[in-house]
Design a protein around this ligand. Structure first.
Ligand code: NAP
Length: 255
């Protein structure tokens, strides 16, 4: 019997078959989970639909997470199909490309607002709207990066957004614990995805990790997916408010 047999989850952030969210979804499907998916803008449905259908999903909806009304609508529709929701994968981030090169100090007010709204606040927004459906408790998993803890060249405003996201994980874990809802983050090492390729010097990041990480290689997206599976399943029933590094050990190195 699969680890997620009888469990239902919604996955935010599958842009294509390289997306970390997609690797999470595949692991979860393989362990028996029933999945729902969303895409941000109408023209992106054609990329998501075949992937979602390949894991047996029939719930595929458009949802821009920066719009409360769209999140509410999706949760309302999900509530009509499922009587409860067991887990959420939040794998969503955005910043203007111009803010992911040059200096952090040059970030505009609007660039800061946008990055923090989409990359950090959306986790809270989703949890708020999903809570009524998470009647039996559940697990919320988000994706973060080491740039929240230390300065990584060009990560800039996204590092600040990820720091806010990680703090949100702790505050939400404290708020939702009594409802049996756990909230955790995976701090993934660099993986070649659409979002990652928008960061100036991303290839350099991959090279540095390969040289310095204890495992002497970069993390595979599948390894991120397996940790998401652990966090969504009962294997992690005593774990909440954590940031788990899945980075081949890179973050433990001082030099
Ligand atoms: P990705 O495939 O490009 O996924 C990013 C997703 O965010 C896309 O599906 C994108 O949708 C979605 N998104 C952006 N703005 C949105 C909005 N307003 N509403 C709804 N969805 C929105 O890249 P990824 O690397 O897998 O990113 C997933 C998460 O992992 C992000 O939080 C990222 O920061 C984190 N992460 C990535 C790495 C890495 O090296 N790849 C490392 C650590 C953490 P559209 O494409 O439809 O706009």
């Amino acid at each position: 019997m699969g680890l997620l047999e009888g469990k239902r989850g919604i996955v935010f952030g599958v842009a294509n078959d390289h997306s970390l969210a997609w690797y999470c979804a595949q692991q979860m499907h393989a362990q028996g989970a029933q999945l729902a998916f969303t895409y941000q803008a109408e023209n992106l449905e054609r990329r998501l639909r075949p992937l979602a259908e390949s894991v047996g999903s029939t719930f595929i909806r458009q949802c821009d997470l920066s719009k409360d009304e769209e999140i509410e609508k999706v949760m309302g529709e999900l509530g009509k199909e499922w009587d409860s929701l067991d887990f959420i994968v939040h794998a969503v981030a955005f910043a203007n490309k111009a803010d992911l090169e040059g200096h952090f100090v040059d970030t505009s007010r609007e660039g800061f607002r946008l990055a923090l709204d989409v990359s950090a606040y959306t986790l809270t927004a989703v949890a708020q709207k999903a809570m009524p459906l998470m009647k039996n408790g559940g697990s919320i998993v988000t994706l973060t990066y080491y740039g929240a803890e230390k300065v990584v060249p060009h990560y800039n405003v996204m590092g600040v957004a990820k720091a806010a996201l990680e703090a949100s994980v702790q505050y939400m874990a404290a708020d939702l614990g009594e409802k049996g809802i756990r909230v955790n983050a995976i701090s993934a090492g660099p993986v070649r995805t659409l979002a990652a390729m928008g960061i100036a010097g991303f290839r350099e990041m991959l090279k540095v990790v390969e040289q310095k990480a204890p495992l002497k290689r970069n993390v595979q997206a599948e390894e991120v997916g397996k940790t998401a599976l652990y966090l969504a399943s009962d294997l992690s029933s005593g774990v909440t408010g954590e940031v788990i590094h899945v980075d081949c050990g890179y973050s433990i190195m001082g030099m």
